[in-house]
Design a protein. Structure first.
Ligand SMILES: NC(=O)c1ccc[n+]([C@@H]2O[C@H](COP(=O)([O-])OP(=O)(O)OC[C@H]3O[C@@H](n4cnc5c(N)ncnc54)[C@H](OP(=O)(O)O)[C@@H]3O)[C@@H](O)[C@H]2O)c1
Length: 341
């Protein structure tokens, strides 16, 4: 059994990491860190874990060496502490945004502060197995993608790689309230959030930078908070290259995702769930990807959905760990989602 620890374990992503790791056949969770909750029992904060763990939160300063260290801390704050963390574990898996972008100048533009550990950016592998599985097999430093970025990249990449997209793309993302974390401000009060459809990033959402870096497509991104706790859905609109039609689009997805354990192509002409919907993905590590082509305008709408706390963060992190250690990729990630939900 490998010994693993989670920093930022009292947050939503941290809680989801604990849930998955506690049920994982090859690891033992030995430490859960939280500054604010130090001294409290983990299952006081994450009540779904009652009866499954006897752990108590400890201060990050009390952390000792482990085999794998997960960082579920906030972006712009993780990079300042990274040198201390990398001394404590052979494998460090960061779920914040701090090591996803290879260019520190792009980081400064999108996150508004200079990068504090730019010398380490080259050490991190982008933790998206569908694009970087080979590099993840030996990756001791992993930067797990953003939740909306994961969905958009998985929708756009197969077409971009096959040369089927002409020009840039627009990404319209919708997200549930857990995407804002457990320490969100007044905007996430029930009275303000319930029933809302709030366009909180009309232009230049931060994930734009990751999507462009990973797909090579210039994207313009909008993000809206919708009436859900979990879930991300993205709609990517793109013009198709000369000669590209629906058959070519379907083939590109099939080729890219044949054999992928967590990607399903969902593009049906009948039924209730014809295109990807996060509703049936709650708790699962699947990302469903679908499309519709308009031959008249030679354009396509690409749709992807996932659970932001699983394939959009904690599940993707565990999948990356599984690859590094040579374990079955599905280990700890078998839950199929719920219907009805
Ligand atoms: N939520 C999502 O859907 C999602 C998806 C993908 C990636 N992410 C990324 O994953 C990381 C964790 O996200 P999360 O949603 O779990 O966030 P969260 O619920 O706010 O918790 C993150 C941790 O950050 C610390 N923290 C929170 N507020 C703080 C503050 N004001 N000052 C200092 N520390 C603070 C807390 O640690 P202590 O208890 O030690 O204070 C907390 O446990 C973030 O970088 C986020 O961008 C989130």
């Amino acid at each position: 059994m490998r010994r693993v620890a989670v920093v930022g374990a009292a947050g939503y992503v941290g809680g989801e990491l604990l849930r998955i790791l506690i049920g994982h056949p090859h690891v033992e969770v030995v430490v859960a860190c939280s500054r604010r909750q130090a001294g409290r029992q983990v299952d006081n904060v994450h009540p779904n874990l009652r009866g499954l763990t006897g752990l108590t939160f400890v201060e990050p300063d009390a952390l000792d060496c482990v085999d794998v260290l997960f960082l579920a801390t906030q972006h712009t704050q993780t990079m300042g502490a990274i040198h201390g963390f990398t001394r404590l574990a052979k494998q460090v898996i960061d779920l914040s945004a701090d090591f996803r972008l290879s260019d520190p100048e792009v980081y400064r533009r999108y996150y508004g502060v200079p990068h504090q550990a730019a010398e380490l950016l080259g050490d991190f592998v982008y933790g998206l197995p569908e694009l970087h599985r080979d590099r993840l097999r030996s990756a001791d430093r992993v930067a797990v993608p953003g939740c909306m970025a994961t969905a958009a990249i998985l929708a756009l990449h197969p077409l971009a790689a096959a040369g089927l997209i002409e020009g840039g793309a627009s990404v319209d993302a919708r997200t549930g309230s857990s995407g804002a974390g457990a320490t969100a401000g007044p905007e996430n009060l029930h009275a303000e959030r319930s029933g809302s459809m709030r366009v909180f990033a009309p232009v230049r959402h931060r994930h734009e930078a990751e999507i462009a870096q990973q797909t090579g497509v210039a994207v313009r991104m909008t993000a809206t908070g919708v009436e859900a706790v979990r879930g991300v859905q993205v709609l990517c609109r793109a013009s198709l290259a000369d000669g590209a039609d629906e058959r070519a689009v379907r083939q590109a997805y099939r080729r890219a995702y044949a054999g992928e354990p967590f990607i399903r192509i969902v593009a049906y002409t009948r039924g209730l769930y014809r295109l990807p919907e996060p509703k049936i993905l709650t708790g699962s590590n699947f990302c469903d990807v679908g499309f519709a082509v308009d031959p008249a305008s030679r354009s396509a709408v690409l749709v992807a959905a996932l659970d932001n706390l699983v394939k959009g963060s904690a599940g993707n992190a565990v999948q990356s760990m599984n690859i590094r250690h040579g374990w079955p990729e599905r280990a700890g990630l078998e839950f199929p989602g719920l219907h009805p939900n």
